[in-house]
Design a protein around this ligand. Structure first.
Ligand code: GTP
Ligand code: MG
Length: 1002
């Protein structure tokens, strides 16, 4: 059987062409053919037919030909059509029918004749418009499965109570508002779906459904379960998520056979210790409640495979948590964890086990430390503020005393870049701040995000003397966006410096203006997100079928699952706004009273248990000692330690080698040092000297030609042949040679600042004071690559360089606007191809803020995937194998055109999969980087290839969510609503295999 379809703006009605020997056919599938009719006489020709599938066509009524099959047809599937009524005669003719699927149609009612289908065992009428069911339905005495979900029923249909054979019933998404007491009549019922049915209570009779094995009651208004609920002894799966339970429903505790229990999104505050009685439990979801403690007995549920606790108020996990070693799905974020600390919990059960074992071994210790980040525009006053705050003398200064004496005697030197120092803010309580002074110059933008981490206190510094309302976006707004995107829910305190240079009135007005504009920005962002969330809600309210039928609609063709994920992400963004402490604190760095007030404010915020639970984190004493040992001389001065050096320190701290890993892993996660346990190149080293590492980063990101040249000249002076040097040595030389060398070095600096290029031996000169051996340099360069700051141009995956000089590229320095296209085209014959080629283009857009440094770091991350690359400031041309790819960044132009980052490729249509293969790994790589920005809102789109081919300035954008969905079966083309509903080959919108895209999986 073939169907011929004519495509175009007005498709002619499809026709069936039938083969000769129809009489032998037993099963016929005519699904996905766009049919509106079947030829008359078809029924009589199909004398042996038992199974007929007509799903996904355009039938508005049951074809009369179906009636002719009545005496032998046992299965009929007419789902996903446009049925508005079922012909009574056709229905009554289907006497032998056992299975009938009418789902996803537009039926307002079912004919009474349906009740006469005495053999019917399975009936699916879900996703229609049924407000009632016919009384005759009660006659279907053999019915085992009935789906009536997603209809418009307003009460539980009493006819169903007669269906004694019913084993599976789905009445979800109807406004039932209650259940009849005699629902107990459905004694055979094993699976019951009552999701989203507006139920407030369950009748006692419900508990007599003794055969029940699976029960879905999510998204209702339940506050309690009937006492007799424990009679449902066969229950294995119970979903009570999204209800109104304030107390854990005790009535389910005796259900010893329970394997899956979902209680997400309720208002539970505790979990009873009797939960350990649910000894068969495999899955336990308790996320998004208000649970403060877990009972110790929870660790007895040793069979657990899924344990989801995120979004609660849990501070301490019970001892022996490691017993839950089978747990594979573990979610704990968004809890005020202190024991184990957040960093340990996030790593998973084995790490928790190691921590708890260690705690039992050595004493617990509390170490009140807090990371404090000073951010703000260039010359805002961060560094002076830091000096004044942390200088001892300030503390000793008598209130209102002689100001001059309290001012640091020598002004701090010019910006040294990012600096980290330790400040004991309250010696009596041992409270120490680790202060990160993030230089404001934009050349540090690439590395700044590394320092924005959860659990830190952010101080945004504003120069009040130069502040004007029109400067708000650049001096305050953009910083808040950045922090919010990286660390949603971060705590920010705004400090205004240079108060001494402002009049009283001016000071007040400026602080007020900052305050007002923050509120405005926040309101604007929240409203924008709410609007976007509403679009998702509206899309979700429409049925998937409807959504896939209207190319103009938002989220055209996006699955419910993807939409729900999107919705959850918007909800997360809306619920995790920055915590901005008001009011703006004006300070004059010369005034000790101001400084004391600021210090007290910072201390009181830091000590607030609700805001900074991690300040009170409990650590095994051995871990704490290990940390301290790393920072003691002589090892403190070294740039890094080998794993063995660390192990020796571990032994001093009482940690045997096998216990060292967990300790180092914790110290890495909490930002005390760098230890990349997963990197083969780096895992033998512990980078404990963050101060010096930051100094090294500063060398590369200072962007000052004279400083760089100075460093190079300093590096060459007195240099003989360096050990292990692969390039020509810089030997002692005559003045003219020296001049030549200076010129050469000058060229290197120029090349670096223009193209981001540096050869390894010049990098070595730059880092002279920091690196001794060639091996040190190698390690540092590995580290820089790992951080995504540079890549090696001529080293390919472990292949040795054979003595030639290694060149490194720092993409953030590339200045040429466009890449050199010749290099890109070179190697492939593009002649004539561009006309037959189809364009693939995935576009990411960032309406609120574009992560600083993202393009440069992305440029490094894709390096292992591409060859023959050519980099421009905003664009990269390269090849994946033989397929060309282009990555482009377009900075925002006003509000209407946000920042975008796109990944494109092309191929002729039959080979379009090669283009997909070319861009998919790049898309995944970008998604990985974007996971570092959990508070960022961005959208992904697949641009229409037809529009691109036409050179349309504003190509249609299909939703990027389609990238993670399988191609719809049987659909060959989808509609681009631009320019008269053109059709686009489905292969140009859906990748061959769905990509693992996780924009909203937070
Ligand atoms: N009068 C006065 N001058 C200040 C105050 N705070 C800072 N300054 C001066 O402002 C200039 C810039 O201050 P810095 O502390 O270097 O600024 P910064 O924010 O660290 O700048 P970057 O490191 O470039 O981002 C210096 O000359 C400071 O002496 C203040 O409260 N009053
Ligand atoms: Mg500074």
């Amino acid at each position: 059987v073939k169907s011929r379809t004519t495509l175009g703006p007005s498709p002619a009605s499809p026709q069936l062409v039938l083969p000769a020997n129809l009489g032998d056919i037993e099963a016929l599938n005519l699904g996905n053919n766009g049919l509106e009719e079947v030829p008359e006489g078809l029924g009589s020709a199909l004398g042996s037919l038992r199974v007929l599938v007509l799903r996904r066509n355009r039938f508005a009524r049951l074809p009369p030909a179906v009636a002719e099959l009545g005496h032998h047809l046992t299965e009929l599937d007419v789902s996903h059509n446009r049925l508005t009524a079922l012909g009574a005669e056709v229905v009554s003719a289907l006497r032998e029918l056992r299975k009938l699927n009418l789902s996803h149609n537009q039926l307002p009612a079912l004919p009474a004749q349906l009740g006469a289908l005495a053999h019917l065992e399975e009936l699916d009428v879900s996703f229609n418009r049924l407000a009632h069911l016919p009384d005759s339905l009660s006659c279907l005495s053999r019915l085992r499965t009935l789906d009536v979900d997603h209809n418009q029923l307003t009460a539980f249909p009493r006819q169903l109570l007669q269906l004694a054979a019913l084993e599976e019933l789905d009445v979800s998404s109807n406004r039932l508002r209650g259940l009849p007491e005699d629902i107990s009549a459905l004694r055979a019922l094993k699976i019951l779906w009552l999701s989203g049915a507006e139920l407030g209570t369950l009748p006692a009779g419900f508990c007599e459904l003794a055969s029940l094995e699976s029960l879905m009651l999510d998204n209702n208004g339940l506050q309690a379960l009937p006492a007799q609920f424990s009679c449902l002894q066969r229950l294995k799966m119970l979903n009570l998520s999204s209800n109104l339970f304030e107390e854990f429903p005790a009535a389910l505790l005796p259900l010893a056979g329970l394997e899956e229990l979902y209680l997400s999104r309720n208002q539970l505050t505790s979990v009873p210790s009797l939960i350990s009685g649910l000894g068969r439990l495999l899955t336990l979801w308790l996320d998004n409640n208000r649970i403060r403690y877990l009972p110790d007995s929870i660790v007895e549920l040793t069979g657990l495979e899924e344990l989801v606790l995120q979004g609660n108020q849990i501070a301490v996990l019970p001892d022996h948590f490691g017993q839950l070693s089978r747990v594979g799905l573990w979610k704990i974020k968004d809890n005020p964890l202190i024991q184990p600390p957040y960093e340990v919990c996030m790593k998973g059960i084995p790490y928790i086990a190691a921590y708890q074992k260690e705690l039992a071994h050595s004493q617990p210790a509390v170490q009140p430390r807090l990371k404090l980040l000073l951010m703000g525009h260039k010359a805002a006053g961060k560094t002076l503020l830091r000096h004044c705050l942390t200088e001892e003398r300030v503390e000793g200064c008598p209130g209102g005393g002689d100001k001059e004496k309290c001012y640091p005697p020598s002004p701090p030197p010019v910006s040294k870049g990012i600096e980290v120092t330790s400040w004991t803010a309250d010696a009596s309580r041992g409270l120490r701040f680790i202060v990160y002074d993030l230089a404001g110059d934009e050349s540090y933008e690439v590395i700044q995000p590394f320092f924005l981490s959860p659990g830190a206190l952010y101080v945004l510094v504003v120069n009040l003397a130069t502040y004007e309302p029109s400067h708000f976006p650049t001096t305050v707004g953009s910083f808040l966006h950045r922090v919010g995107a990286r660390v949603p829910h971060a705590v920010v305190c705004i400090v205004g410096t240079h108060a001494d240079l402002c009049g009283e009135r001016e000071l007040e007005e400026k602080c007020l203006d900052i305050h007002r504009q923050i509120a405005l920005q926040e309101k604007h962002d929240a409203e924008g997100l709410s609007r976007l969330a509403k679009v998702v809600d509206e899309a979700l309210a429409r049925d998937f079928e409807l959504r896939s039928a209207s190319p103009h609609a938002a989220y055209y063709g996006v699955s419910d699952k993807n939409l729900r994920r999107r919705k959850a992400h918007f909800q997360y963004l809306l619920n995790h706004r920055l915590q901005i402490l008001s009011p703006v604190l004006p300070v004059c760095c010369r005034d000790p009273r101001h400084l004391r007030r600021l210090r007290d404010k910072l201390l009181s915020v830091a000590e607030h248990r609700e805001i900074f639970p991690n300040l009170h984190r409990v650590l095994p004493r051995s871990w704490q000692v290990l940390e301290e040992l790393h920072f003691q001389p002589p090892q403190a001065q070294r740039l890094w330690l080998s794993w063995w050096d660390s192990a020796r320190l571990g032994l001093q701290a009482g940690l045997t080698e096998d216990r060292l890993q967990s300790a180092l892993s914790y110290l890495h996660e909490s930002g005390k040092l760098l230890y990349f346990e997963d990197s083969p190149a780096l895992k033998e080293h512990v980078f404990h000297n963050l101060t010096r590492l930051i100094d090294i980063l500063n060398v590369f990101f200072q962007r000052d030609p004279s400083l760089l040249l100075h460093k190079l000249l300093l590096g060459t002076s007195g240099e003989g042949k360096a050990e292990g040097e692969s390039s020509p040595p810089m030997a002692r030389s005559t003045p003219s040679q020296e001049l030549l060398r200076a010129t050469q070095l000058h060229q290197y600096v120029e090349g670096f600042l223009l193209h981001g290029l540096l050869p390894a031996h010049v990098i070595r000169l730059l880092l002279k004071p920091h690196v001794q051996a060639q091996q040190d340099l190698q390690l540092l360069l590995e580290l820089l690559e790992k951080m995504g700051l540079c890549y090696c141009l001529n080293k390919h995956k472990g292949k040795p360089l054979n003595g030639s000089t290694a060149w490194y590229k720092f993409p953030c320095y590339v200045q040429n606007e466009v890449p050199h296209a010749e290099a890109w085209i070179n190697g492939t014959n593009l002649a004539g191809q561009s006309f037959v080629a189809e364009q693939l283009q995935i576009e990411y857009s960032f309406p609120f803020t574009f992560p600083p440094g993202l393009f440069a770091r992305y440029s490094v991350q894709i390096n292992s995937h591409v060859v023959h690359r050519s980099d421009g400031k905003f664009q990269i041309f390269a090849y994946r194998g033989k397929v060309p790819v282009v990555v482009s960044y377009r900075p925002a132009k006003g509000v209407l055109q946000p920042d975008t980052l796109s990944i494109a490729s092309h191929a002729s249509l039959p080979n379009i999969w090669t283009a997909w293969q070319a861009i998919t790994p790049l898309v995944e790589e970008l998604n990985v980087l974007l996971q570092e920005w959990p508070g960022l809102h961005y959208t992904v789109h697949i641009l229409c290839s037809k529009c691109l081919k036409r050179g349309s300035p504003n190509p249609h954008a299909f939703p990027g969510e389609l990238l993670s969905q399988p191609r719809p079966e049987g659909v060959a083309e989808i509609i681009c609503p631009k320019n008269g509903s053109e059709r686009v080959n489905v292969a140009l919108v859906y990748p061959p295999t769905p990509t693992v895209i996780s924009p909203c999986s937070k």
